[in-house]
Design a protein around this ligand. Structure first.
Ligand SMILES: [Zn+2]
Ligand SMILES: [Zn+2]
Length: 306
């Protein structure tokens, strides 16, 4: 029986390669679970991005916001993440997303639950939990939506840790209308254009006057979260919050120039013309899942739900 199990179950950690002390259906060792990189230092009160300087008591309220949130307040109240999208976290998410590490969804869901719990004190007592959807074609190809899977597991943990918090999974409420292209190599502006209008609410009555928590695996520039929150707000959601497993960081040189190419006056205003993006699909010709392609700053693995 042992021999059979060994043949079926992994015996080494799929992230660091060290031998697993016991047979486990989750091939991540105990050490790796404790070594997921977390964010430290001052962060933006809205989107959670790292701030260059600490916020002093005497500072104006705007000092607690990053430049992006000051210039173009996002349509969500607050976005939180468990950790940083790098090192083991990056490996784990990549492995989950491409199916190899399906069984890790529960452990990663537990980390996501910790991120969501950061909102417990300020978020509404009753919320709809809506994972960022995949487009149907992507779903067919991948066979599952990692954001939904993470959300379902996280809610399982939160029901125990926060039994009074009424969080209801509503995974078919938001739809992805377009099979948006991979955002690999795109600037923030291009990303925003890429996902603009990509989401729609299937049944607006279901979200009207409801508080919504949007779930995704990765928060990169926030363009996806903004687009989803905007669709939900338009459908009448009372408030939108965002929780992700991991957030990207150190995206320079784009990060420092996040908005510089847009002009500060027209951020988040209606269509500015396609700019360098021509038409909808076929932005870059990248195969969205081609994780082995040479990556620039944004590898194709960096894509939330793409
Ligand atoms: Zn390990
Ligand atoms: Zn911010």
């Amino acid at each position: 029986m042992d021999a059979l199990s060994c043949a079926i179950l992994p015996d080494s950690c799929s992230l660091c390669g060290s031998p697993l002390p016991r047979l486990s259906s989750v091939p991540i060792c105990d050490v790796c679970w404790t070594e997921f990189p977390v964010q430290s230092g001052p962060s933006c009160a809205r989107c959670g991005d790292t701030l260059a300087a600490p916020v002093l008591e005497s500072s104006p309220a705007s000092a607690a916001l990053c430049r992006a949130c000051r210039l173009a307040p996002p349509p969500f109240v607050r976005a939180v993440s468990y950790g940083l999208y790098q090192d083991r976290m990056k490996d784990a998410i990549h492995a989950l997303k491409y199916g190899r590490l399906h069984t890790a969804a529960r452990g990663l869901g537990r980390l996501l639950a910790k991120a969501i719990a950061q909102l417990a004190a300020e978020a509404p007592a009753e919320m709809l939990v809506i994972p960022i959807p995949l487009h149907r074609s992507k779903y067919t190809q991948r066979g599952f939506n990692q954001a939904r899977s993470l959300a379902a597991h996280a809610l399982g943990f939160l029901r125990k840790s926060h039994p009074e918090w009424r969080l209801t999974l509503a995974s078919s409420t938001l739809m992805r209308l377009r099979a948006t292209e991979s955002q690999a190599g795109l600037t923030f502006r291009q990303r925003r254009f890429n996902v603009r209008g990509a989401f729609s609410v299937s049944d607006p009555a279901a979200v009207t006057a409801k508080h919504v928590l949007v779930i995704d695996d990765i928060f990169t520039t926030g363009a996806t979260a903004r687009a989803a929150a905007q669709a939900l707000a338009r459908a009448g959601a009372a408030s939108v919050w965002v929780a992700t497993l991991a957030r990207a960081r150190n995206m320079s040189p784009f990060r420092s120039g996040l908005f510089l190419d847009e002009g500060e006056d027209n951020i988040d205003l209606s269509p500015q013309g396609p700019g360098p993006v021509h038409g909808d699909p076929g932005l870059s010709g990248n195969s969205p899942d081609a994780g082995l392609e040479p990556a620039t700053i944004y590898s194709s693995q960096d894509q939330p739900s793409f």
